[in-house]
Structures are given as C-alpha cells and as structure tokens.
Design a binder for this molecule. Sequence first.
Ligand SMILES: NC(=O)c1ccc[n+]([C@@H]2O[C@H](COP(=O)([O-])OP(=O)(O)OC[C@H]3O[C@@H](n4cnc5c(N)ncnc54)[C@H](O)[C@@H]3O)[C@@H](O)[C@H]2O)c1
Length: 439
Amino acid sequence: MKRVAVVGFGYIGSVIGAVLADRGCQVVGIDLNQGLVDAVNRGECPIPEPGIDDLVAKTVAAGRLSASTDMAAVAGADVVVVTVGTPLSDEYDADLSHIRAACMGIAPHLHDGQVLMVKSTVPPGVTRRMAEEVLLPAARIHVAFSPERLAEGAAIREFQTLPIVVGGMDRAATAAAAAFWRSVLDVEVIEVASPETAELVKLACNQWIDLNIALAHELAKLADALPWPIDTLEVIRGANSLKKGQHYVNILTPSNGVGGYCLTKDPWFIDALGKSNGLDLRLSAAGRTVNDGMPAYVADAVDLFLKGRGKKAAKIAVLGYSFKTNSGDCRFTPVDPLLAALRAAGHDDLHIADPMVSDAEAAHHGVVLTRDLDAALDGADAVIINAAHDAFKALGVADFSRLLSPGALIYDGRIYYDRAMIDALTASGFVYRGVGRSI
Ligand SMILES: NC(=O)c1ccc[n+]([C@@H]2O[C@H](COP(=O)([O-])OP(=O)(O)OC[C@H]3O[C@@H](n4cnc5c(N)ncnc54)[C@H](O)[C@@H]3O)[C@@H](O)[C@H]2O)c1
C-alpha cells in the first residue's frame, strides 16, 4: 500500500487525497488550517465539490485518510504531493510564498528515496528552484512537476480519468513519478522531458481555455450587435463541425464571465513570464480583458431592458452565485462584478439564490443568499441565470409563469435553454435574452 502525504489540503489537495485513499493508499493531508484539519479528522470536508464529503467520510472511517498540521507527517510517506495555493500577486505574477513556505516546512522531514511532486500551478522554473534551493539539499529525493488539470464540479471523476503529465528533475524522477501514477490510477501517463515542460503544459491548458472562451464572448457580442437574429450557440455548433488536422474546431460557450481560482490568474503567469524574458506577449491580457468585461456586459443588457420598460425599482432574481455550474466555489465569481454593475446602475432590489453555496461561504464573500427560490423569483421583473445547477434546470415555464411578473426578462447567462424552451417562454409573454443569442 502506497503511503502518500498531500501538503495543502484545500480544494485540489482534498480531491487528490480522498480519491487516493479511496483507491487504497494510506493518505495524510497536511495543512496549516487547524479548522480544516479537525474537520477532515471528523470525516467532514468543507470543500464545495459534489461527492467529496462522502468520499472523505468513507475513507476517514476506513482509517485510510487523516489530516495533520504537522509537517513532520511527510516522513512516513513514499510520495509527497504539494498542492498549496499559488495566488496572483499584486504585480500580476505568481505569489510563491505558500509553496516556498511549504517546501521549507517539509524539507527537514524528507528522507532519501521519496518521490515529491509539485501539483500547485507554477510558472516554469519554480519546481527546479524549490528542488535545488530547498528540497534536494535536505534529502536525495525524486522531484517532479505534475500539472493538475481537473475541473471543479467534476473533480473526482476527472482526477481519475484525465491523462497525467509528469516531468522530473532527471529521468529517474520522471520514471518514479510516472510509476506512482500508473500504480494508483488507471489513466494514461505522459512523461515529458523536464519539470519546466510540465509546468508550461498547465499554463498552456488554461491559456487555451481562457482565450477560447474570450473568442466565444467576442462572437457573442458581435451576434448581439448585428442587425439579424443570430444564435452564437448555433454558430459555434456549426464551426465546431470542422476538422482541422487531427481535431475538430472546439469553440467553447459564451457566458456571464469567467471566474474561479485558476483561469483568472494563470494567463497572467504567462504574461509575467514573457515580460521577465523580454517578450511583449499580447494574448493573456487580451483574453483576460474580454472575459472580465462580461459581467458588466450582462448587467448593461438587463439594465437596458428594465429602463426600456420604465422599471425604476425593479426586482431582480439572480440565480447562481458560485463561479461554475455544479460547484459551490465562489472564488473570483463573475457574479460579484455583475452585482456591483447592477447596483451601480441603480438596481438594489437583488435576490440572490444558490443552493450549491453554503451560508458560511456566502458570508465569507459578504453576500446574503435567499434559500427560498420561489421567494427570489416571486414578482421579479428580471431573472439572471448564472449557473445550470440542477435546481435551476428544474425550473419550467409553469414555475416562471406562476412566480415572475408578467413580461419579465429571463436573461440566460449560462443555462443555454434550447429552442423549445425559448419558444415556450416567449409564448408565455416573457422576454428571453442570452449572451450572443439575439433570437
Ligand atoms: N481549484 C482548482 O480547480 C485547481 C485546478 C487545478 C490546479 N489548481 C492549482 O492547485 C493549487 C491549489 O489550489 P486550490 O484550489 O486547492 O487552493 P486552496 O486555497 O483551496 O488550497 C490550498 C491549501 O493550502 C494550504 N496551505 C497554504 N500554505 C501552506 C503551507 N505552507 N503548508 C501547508 N498547507 C498550506 C491552505 O491552508 C489551503 O488549505 C493552486 O496552485 C491552483 O492553481 C487548482
């Protein structure tokens, strides 16, 4: 049985730790957060990821998962996985203080022969720097970088199905890291030449996603501006039927914006890396700017509708506060700037509902959520749907007809109603608008 220490037991660490424990590893999660450690040891998990609470409860009860604030717990591990945060610094670069502190904290407790993998997202060169400056002087261990690419909301499944990339400090480190993943997960393992290659793989993935969504947003804005009815989702479906080389065009979908911990920062790591190497890279800033503009774009459309109807004190139901469908994670949610833009336009009667978000998480963000979806919708002059959570997908025309004020606006920020639903809403007297869906 593999013994694994996961250093940084937050969102990613909890998923990795709980899944590995479920697959038979003996796992200790190490974190500075005493409250988090205590919760895990009680079999609870505060991370708002579907299914993680059951997995933590099950593996703690089975005696295969525990947590500690003691860095010395790495001493008992065959494999150490580092998953501490790497936030965006004030200079729009990676803040490496957590990863450096974590490496320095565990270094005195490492011993020869262990495998250490960095999974925190870092710019190329950071794993090598940590290895050479902190880790390898402490013990002869195998150091590698292995990007984590799972998506919140489907994290447990994705961690067990996505190919894993590993790049070690030398061939032996790459081989040891790859052998570990092959032994614990039934996934393809891709070995690359260096930690820097693997580090750039992660940034390339998130840069691609952010730019791709920015493209969808610009197409959507164009569709809205053109004088003909164009549904950007149809445009994208048509465009995506084209095969180029080995793959199809794959334009993602427009929405109310891009949030979360990763896409809002990782493109800036590329930008900073370019600057520090004398390059004037343009794409990161362009993509970030386009995507950051979407919440205000949605707020403007809603404001325009309400003012056009002469509604001064309009009630607006905001469905969805987390940044993503089926996740309760509110970090850098685009709904915050959306709410700010609505308030700046004079709309204060805002009723925000999100069944995925806990009261504690909402309070942490300074937002009051209503738990009563009917009450949020009752008499609303506009509804903005920011997530396709199951509770929102369950809403039908009859619910809207029973609750909303006649002729209300239904603004589709991310639920992507099909033609039949849009026709039914319109037939019931509602006005449907979506990002890039002037239909
Ligand atoms: N959240 C995602 O969807 C996702 C996906 C892929 C990669 N990543 C990357 O994974 C990393 C972690 O992200 P996250 O979302 O899990 O962050 P998080 O903030 O949820 O978790 C980080 C954890 O590290 C702990 N920590 C900080 N300093 C520590 C130290 N010195 N020693 C021990 N623990 C310490 C914190 O208390 C926290 O619990 C980041 O680099 C992120 O970019 C995140």
